[in-house]
Design a protein around this ligand. Structure first.
Ligand SMILES: Nc1nc2c(ncn2[C@@H]2O[C@H](COP(=O)(O)OP(=O)(O)OP(=O)(O)O)[C@@H](O)[C@H]2O)c(=O)[nH]1
Ligand SMILES: [Mg+2]
Length: 456
């Protein structure tokens, strides 16, 4: 019988640079801890140090490095001759890595009680160069991952739809490619230039080929979803966007009565879902739940957001959900804004939604109100608040709608369903040309209806 492998243990490492204040530094490490927990590891300690920058070869100063090594059972020195321990974390990233294995303990025979075990992972809250990773692994004897590596790994494990899976695999390979040189132990380079294709070249070529293949598959999947999206064009659409764990899925559930996943976990949602606002309106409103943002999001993952977020781009209204009970909510808001700017969604009209107000006291509520007079303050857990939000959404669309007259020729009565779906029919009369419909809807939807009624 197989025994359950012990939970891998991890120590966090943070560098506080001069431009980062104590609150932000603490919050960043706490967030890293939650990310690591999402990966299934247990955080057993943290080492942090104030430094000018994060670029030093050993990341930490020698004293702190020794402190860290004492926790992990390493030598505390980088030592140029010692080979770096074999990193399963990296092997996972590089190899044909079986996706079920990540997080597996370093030594399955290990059975000491947790307290006696040394942490097998050192997780650094910054992006590291391959040589920094190698140096830290030598000094600590543990496997080292950086923030980017952790995020890429979470996405890799949580992606559900085919599109998300393809995109995350691309992001992951792009993260791995530049790190290959170090982990192949230099073996690939010893033969020197001109000695034929080295292992390293071979690995790189395999990655390039795989990337090209993925790109092709992704394009096919995207053509498909473009098609589905274009069917939803001109509909009344609102998208919930914002930092991870802000409560987007909770609001989605409350607004649409759907059973989307809600979890006190970072990146619970990785795919966009679209549901109808309940109770249903005419024309109906579609609500999209989207993937959350996080600071220092790896660039290639931003690209993968671009596609899942096309939904948001095409929405007429963005609800910017923020966890108002989080002391660093402003920094989170800024991260979300900049990702949306990057994907070009900053032109879409938006409203700020300060969520989790049930956790905010009156003093703070007054401060928030003064700072964001136009924000919608609510709790996703309060049915009254959610119903008021629904009214706000409906009022927004109502203000955008126009009234017009459409004539449905007798030969085209089959299109009546389409009319009712995209617009509100105010009155119906019959004359010699057909059904005369007075309608109210978004200008784009009415133009589209007129076009399909006129087409022969
Ligand atoms: N107290 C309180 N908790 C809330 C509220 N809204 C959401 N939560 C909790 O916050 C946690 C995260 O909620 P989700 O709805 O999954 O957040 P999300 O924004 O979809 O997160 P990701 O999918 O990870 O990006 C859950 O534990 C929710 O129960 C609220 O208004 N008040
Ligand atoms: Mg969610």
């Amino acid at each position: 019988m197989e025994t359950k492998p012990p939970t891998p243990l991890a120590v966090l490492v943070g560098i506080q640079t001069p431009q980062v204040d104590d609150v932000a530094h603490e919050a960043s490490l706490e967030e890293l801890g939650r990310l690591v927990k999402t990966l299934g590891y247990k955080v057993v300690g943290a080492v942090s140090q104030r430094r000018e920058g994060t670029g030093a070869g050993s990341v930490l100063g020698s004293g702190k490095l020794a402190e860290l090594a004492a926790l992990t059972g390493g030598s505390g020195v980088i030592g140029s001759m010692a080979p770096p321990p074999r990193s399963k974390a990296r092997t996972r990233f590089e190899g044909a890595a079986d996706a079920a294995a990540p997080g597996a303990p370093t030594d399955p025979t290990e059975s000491e009680p947790e307290l006696d075990r040394k942490p097998e992972f050192v997780i650094v809250d910054h992006e590291l160069s391959p040589s920094q990773i190698r140096n830290l692994e030598r000094a600590t004897g543990a496997q080292v991952l950086d923030r980017t590596g952790v995020i890429v790994e979470i996405f890799h494990r949580h992606a559900n739809t085919r599109e998300a899976k393809l995109q995350v695999e691309m992001a992951r390979l792009k993260y791995v490619a530049p790190r290959l040189r170090e982990s192949s132990g230099g073996g690939g380079r010893q033969q020197g230039p001109g000695a034929g294709e080295t292992n390293l070249d071979l690995d790189r070529r395999k990655i390039r080929d795989r990337l090209a293949e993925l790109k092709e598959q992704l394009e096919a999947v995207q053509r498909d979803s473009d098609h589905r999206r274009s069917a939803r064009r001109d509909q009344l659409r609102v998208a919930l966007v914002g930092y991870t764990n802000a409560g987007k899925s909770s609001l989605m559930r409350a607004l649409t009565g759907s059973q989307v996943l809600v979890e006190d976990k970072l990146f619970a949602t990785l795919d966009t879902t679209v549901r109808i606002l309940q109770p249903e309106t005419r024309p109906r409103v579609l609500v999209s739940d989207t993937v959350g943002f996080i600071k220092q999001l790896p660039h290639d993952l931003v690209a993968s957001f671009r596609s899942t977020l096309t939904e948001a781009l095409e929405a007429s209204l963005l609800l910017f959900v923020v966890d108002a009970s989080d002391p660093t909510y402003e920094a989170q808001l800024e991260v979300s804004r900049s990702v949306l700017r990057e994907i070009g969604a900053d032109a879409v009209p938006s409203r700020l939604v300060l969520n989790k107000m049930d956790r905010v006291d009156d003093v703070r509520r007054a401060v928030l109100l003064a700072r964001h007079p136009d924000a919608i303050m609510l709790s996703a857990h309060s049915p009254g608040d959610v119903s008021a939000l629904r009214d706000t959404i409906i009022a927004f669309f109502e203000a955008e709608m126009v009234e017009d007259v459409l004539i449905l020729p007798y030969a085209k009565q089959g299109l009546i369903g389409e009319v009712y779906e995209s617009a509100r029919v105010l009155s119906e009369e019959y004359d010699e040309n057909g059904r005369v419909l007075k309608v109210r809807g978004l200008p784009g939807a009415i133009t589209r209806l007129r076009r399909s009624l006129a087409a022969s």
